[in-house]
Design a protein around this ligand. Structure first.
Ligand SMILES: *Cc1c(COP(=O)(O)O)cnc(C)c1O
Length: 435
């Protein structure tokens, strides 16, 4: 008999509620602060940017938040996502470890981000929003929101970090295909964008700058709300479908992970796979190591400071208690565009502070080596971002071999790399440099 490698659920198994970690923290999460008063922000401070339903989720004391049926129905286009065992990778590594991965690349936009763009578009539509403005780094979030807004008949304006706009034209074309407007950021559409361009006409842009532009756009256009693809509590919340499904699928596999691994940019895909396992640990025991992996060149968890900082460059957002490299940090032009963010989800930051998770950083050269080994054994060409997780998984599996100890490792393969092939070419031709 061949080894079982695939653990499928059916449409009826799509979770009915998102899991909210907020009430389960052993120590309360420090609240976001108003930039002017330095007092905790209230509902009214945030409803200019977000519909009230999403602000309530951001601060909710409820452990389970029901997923509306129209959202579950759209989820069924790609959920439940597959959980697979990477037996050929295990054999290539000659490791006694069992390696499992949850594959979110099967979604229409090719990553986990649609898990939150769809509910965000849904709750905005319900609240009467006509148009959403947002930023995107590598384009995964912009394309996810373009897709979701289209399904609910909302307009969508995306500010795309200029370096990615130029390096990744296919993401831009996807957004346009779904009907969104896309501009390179810094752009001339906003006052803030124009001021950055005045200072540096060749600015490659950053997520922080693009966020400032999207917020300015929102404030200046009636009927427009703002939408964020990571970092915030309600975004992490929506991603918990990943971990909930994974727990059931690991039960079908008859194993329980000793180590759970995810890459971190703003923290949402990591939150998605990790939070339900943390819930299990905090309620029914069942401890496992949970490792967040970031790029060495933009290492907020391992090299940043834990303090209040702005989410954007211009300082328009509330101050959040998070691991940060400073809101004016300009990340180097690495290929994992989705991991080029100066800050971190406050919830993920808090978990690290409470030592409920660990964090490591890897340089992009070693990350692409791992990505190519994964592609050559498992077939799927992974996005550069989750390839950081793959690097760590391979390191752990090699350690298992050296120690002669089998462990069960699970990671989140949060997106495919079919629109990142130019980065693979750079690597394969020997031109990739560590920043
Ligand atoms: C956006 C993105 C990331 C980084 O964002 P998180 O919020 O940390 O998940 C990582 N991987 C992929 C494929 C992405 O699209």
């Amino acid at each position: 008999m061949s080894v079982r490698t695939r653990f499928d659920l059916t449409q009826a198994d799509i979770p009915r509620a998102w899991y909210n970690l907020l009430p389960d923290f052993p120590e309360p999460l420090p609240p976001p602060l108003h930039p002017a008063t330095r007092q905790p922000v209230g509902l009214a401070d945030m409803t200019g940017l977000f519909p009230e339903s999403l602000v309530r989720q951001e601060m909710s004391p409820d452990r389970w938040i029901e997923i509306p049926e129209p959202v579950r129905e759209i989820y069924s286009l790609w959920r439940p996502t597959p959980l697979l065992r990477a037996v050929r990778l295990e054999r290539a590594l000659q490791t006694p470890a069992h390696i499992y991965y949850k594959y979110e690349g099967v979604s229409p936009a090719g990553s986990h981000k649609v898990n939150t763009s769809v509910p965000q578009a849904f709750f905005n539509k319900e609240a009467g929003t006509r148009r959403l403005a947002t930023e995107t780094g590598a384009g995964q979030w912009g394309s996810s929101l373009a897709f979701a807004t289209r399904l609910f008949g909302l307009e969508c304006q995306v500010y795309m970090v200029k370096v990615s706009f130029e390096q990744k034209p296919y993401r831009k074309m996807m957004m346009q295909t779904w009907g969104a407007g896309v501009d390179p950021s810094p752009s001339t559409r906003t006052e803030y964008g124009r001021s950055v361009l005045n200072g540096d006409p060749n600015s490659p842009g950053s997520l922080g700058i693009a966020i400032s532009e999207a917020i300015e756009d929102t404030v200046k256009h009636p009927g427009t709300k703002y939408s964020l693809g990571s970092v915030l509590n309600h975004v992490c919340l929506h991603q918990t479908v990943i971990g909930q499904e994974s727990i059931r699928q690991m039960e079908i596999a008859g194993e329980s992970p000793d180590i759970v691994v995810g890459c971190v940019g703003g923290g949402s895909n990591f939150a998605g796979i990790a939070f339900p396992f943390i819930h299990r640990r905090l309620t029914s025991g069942g401890a496992c190591r949970i490792i967040a992996v970031e790029p060495s060149s933009c290492a907020s968890l391992t090299r940043g400071e834990l303090r209040y900082d702005f989410g954007d460059t211009a300082g328009m957002t509330p101050l959040m208690m998070m691991h940060t490299l400073g809101h004016d940090f300009m990340p180097p032009r690495i290929h994992a565009g989705g991991l080029r963010y100066h800050g971190m989800s406050p919830m993920v930051s808090h978990l690290l502070k409470l030592r409920l998770i660990e964090a490591v950083a890897h340089p992009q050269g070693s990350v692409f080596e791992a990505a190519v080994l994964f592609a050559r054994t498992e077939g799927i060409v992974p996005a550069p971002e989750p390839s950081h997780a793959i690097r760590e998984v391979i390191n752990q599996a090699i350690r298992c071999r050296e120690e002669g100890r089998g462990k069960v490792i699970l990671f989140n393969l949060c997106g495919h790399g079919m629109l990142d092939l130019a980065a693979y070419e750079t690597f394969l031709s020997g031109k990739l440099q560590d920043a």
